[in-house]
Design a protein around this ligand. Sequence first.
Ligand SMILES: *[C@@H]1O[C@H](CO)[C@@H](O)[C@H](O)[C@H]1NC(C)=O
Ligand SMILES: *[C@@H]1O[C@H](CO)[C@@H](O)[C@H](O)[C@H]1NC(C)=O
Length: 268
Amino acid sequence: MIIWCIMSIICILLIIITICLRIVGISVPALKQRGESITLTCDYDLEGSRLYSVKWYRDNEEFYRYMPRLTPPQHAHKLDGVKVDLEKCTARRVHLRDLTLKSRGLYRCEVSEEAPSFHSAQTEAYMEVYYFPKESPRITGHERPYALEDLIDVNCTSAKSFPAPELQWAIDGQKVTDRSWLTSYGAKPAPQGLLVTTLGLKAPMKERLKLKCVATIGTHRRERTVVIERNSGSWHKPFNLFIAIIIANITNVLTYCDTKNIVNKFSF
Ligand SMILES: *[C@@H]1O[C@H](CO)[C@@H](O)[C@H](O)[C@H]1NC(C)=O
Ligand SMILES: *[C@@H]1O[C@H](CO)[C@@H](O)[C@H](O)[C@H]1NC(C)=O
């Protein structure tokens, strides 16, 4: 009976200690762009006890700690992709500058109470960092002449980004859904952890085609439009060449005559 009582008291004490410190909320943005700055917040309720430390980790590596006993209380540790702006940091907030693709990861905040309990609580959240390019995707293969009976053969290649965007073709405003017209070359790695992706399109030629390629990452969107016209001027090229040859030959003849004249003049 006595043992039972003692155990109950210990249990109640444990429960009280557990509810003494609790983290009310953590705020870590889920998705950010490379180059942006963020503020991470960790809200806790000490319920009367004193704060010993607040520590922040990314993927289990500590990058920031706040300890009220120390002066200054803020301290940052070097971590790739995590640039702490100490001046803007407090016991509840951490400010990070210049996010890179390496900044992505699981962010954890850990709060500890003063002695004697040193009880601590922690919570975590994942942040993804993406890079959306300013440039539009590039279209290639549309510059060459196409005749009416041809199949156009073009590629759309996204600018370097992360993650790889989704590419989509549209012909005269109609989204191309016929899979037999599309060739996906998948994502290829580019420097700095970025990706480039290519989507090919083969479609029957018409008098005039307006091709649009759209690259999207989430709600971000970039597009490029080109117009292909039937190669009606195909006879122009050989004709122009013909004229050029004649002109060249006339020039040759003239040069030849001039030379002859000069030779004639000097021979007398
Ligand atoms: C499209 O891209 C693929 C892969 O890079 C390449 O093999 C193909 O020749 C390209 N086609 C055109 C028309 O540029
Ligand atoms: C131009 O001259 C070359 C030789 O110099 C000749 O073979 C060719 O037939 C000529 N072309 C025309 C269009 O006169």
